[in-house]
Design a binder for this molecule. Structure first.
Ligand code: HAM
Length: 422
């Protein structure tokens, strides 16, 4: 027998049963962000490698170790996008979108690729929902960005996620901060691991991402407050978040794994994610557009890992999320006359309009066969239409899980079921 071909490591199929949860979360994202003035953007999965080298940065783990990069047949260096902030910037600059509008708000949903060692919560193909607020400056924009993340997590029903924030300083301050941090780490160079010694040369901020035990006391001792005290704008955001009861923690060690940031950076974590507890991350990036040959554009944004969001929601209440996959109703008409078929067609249409999936078997089918089929397909609600129900212009609604049944009129059955299902 021919050898079977398997999916690549860290890259997964999304199959029925699971995909409904993805569709649900994507739909929530569209409703949430569109209603706040964001428009969807889709950029190609492949970009020239240079784009990520010049944005995410050579010293980042992403560019240094994790990109799926190769040469195409024309010997061009290309890369499967590891993130989308750079791709959005490339597109805005290339298409001159900022000459048509003062500021832009984009959201995106799609796969990203990083050649990391696969483990729970860490995939090689993973998916992000993200937003970019392009050419929006001031602490109010930073505040709105953090609030949008907290708001979206609340909108999908995730409780108890935590926000961590840090201030990396303005673009100008950053150079001085980096130089002072470099002097500090230089003084403790022999206590640093090999990787950190390399980071010291390349980009000192990357040292804060190190997980090696021996580096931790050196990192903890970094005199952030003396070198770069929290700025006025950061404090205003923090103050406003407290006033709005959005809780956060200040983490001076939080530097983010991509090089384009300055100013306020943040991450959200959630319980139940194990070692990979970063659910979302983002922050201000005012340098990126000029660095990519574009106009000055003050920006902020964030991206959220869809796999991790679904894991966190499952950890919180697996049943509630499971119910999303189970928004299905089985229709069991007991005969196939024209009149019965009309009633079935109408109820199917109205249920589908409410986002409920319909299953049934065509033809003249006995009740026991219908129920068996509903059972096999794991469908909780069955609508039965026999001669008696037809006479009374009603349906018998059978709840296979609770083992109950109700007679409900044709007019009321859709709202009756919507209540039970949503
Ligand atoms: P990031 O922190 O690299 O930021 O990724 C954002 C989120 O993507 C993470 O918090 C995590 O949930 C998810 N993620 C990252 N890598 C993996 C992986 N290997 N497997 C599963 N999930 C993963 C960015 O990508 C920036 N572009 C965010 C941003 C937007 N900053 C400004 N605008």
């Amino acid at each position: 027998m021919a050898k079977k071909i398997e999916a690549l490591r860290g890259m997964e199929d999304l199959l029925p049963g699971e995909i409904e949860k993805w569709q649900w979360v994507e739909e929530k994202a569209r409703i949430f962000f569109e209603s706040r003035g964001f428009k969807e953007i889709r950029t190609p999965l492949l970009e020239s490698t240079d784009l990520f080298v010049r944005s995410v940065g050579e010293s980042s783990d992403i560019v240094h170790k994790e990109m799926f990069s190769f040469q195409d047949r024309g010997e061009r260096h290309i890369t499967l996008r590891p993130e989308m902030t750079a791709s959005v910037a490339r597109s805005v600059i290339e298409k001159g979108l900022l000459s048509q509008a003062k500021s832009l708000r984009f959201y995106y949903i799609g796969p990203m690729f990083r050649a990391e060692r696969p483990q729970a919560g860490r995939k090689r193909q993973f998916h992000q929902i993200g937003i970019e607020m392009i050419n929006e400056t001031g602490w109010q924009a930073d505040l709105e960005c953090v609030e949008l993340l907290a708001g979206f997590l609340a909108y999908v029903g995730l409780a108890g996620s935590k926000i961590r924030m840090n201030d990396l300083g303005s673009v100008d301050e950053q150079k001085q901060t980096a130089e002072k941090l470099r002097q500090y780490f230089e003084g403790a160079k022999d206590k640093l691991c090999k990787d950190c010694q390399w980071r010291l040369e390349k980009n000192v901020l990357r040292i804060f991402d190190c997980k090696t035990e021996s580096c931790q006391s050196v990192i903890d001792g970094a005199p952030w407050e003396k070198i770069a005290p929290l700025g006025e704008s950061f404090n205003q955001v923090a103050h406003a978040l407290t006033a709005r009861s959005i809780s956060y923690e200040i983490r001076r060690r939080l530097v983010r794994g991509l090089d384009y940031y300055n100013g306020l950076v943040f991450e959200a974590t959630a319980s139940g994610l194990g070692a990979q507890d970063a659910l979302a991350g983002g922050g201000r990036y005012d340098r990126l557009y000029p660095d990519l040959g574009g106009p000055t554009a003050y920006c902020t944004g964030f991206s959220l890992g869809v796999e991790r969001l679904l894991s966190a929601l499952t950890h919180q209440d697996g049943k509630a999320l499971e119910a999303v996959s189970n928004r299905r109703v089985y229709l069991a008409p007991l005969d196939a006359t024209e009149g019965v078929q009309d009633v079935v067609r109408l109820v199917a249409l109205r249920l589908r309009e409410r986002g409920i999936r319909i299953e049934t078997l065509p033809g003249e089918i006995s009740l026991s066969k219908h129920l068996k089929r509903a059972n096999q397909n794991n469908i909780r609600f069955v609508l039965i239409l026999g001669g008696e129900e037809f006479e009374k212009k009603s349906w018998m609604v059978k709840d296979m899980e609770q083992k109950t049944q109700h007679i409900v009129s044709w007019d009321e059955v859709v709202s009756f079921l919507s209540e039970l299902i949503y």
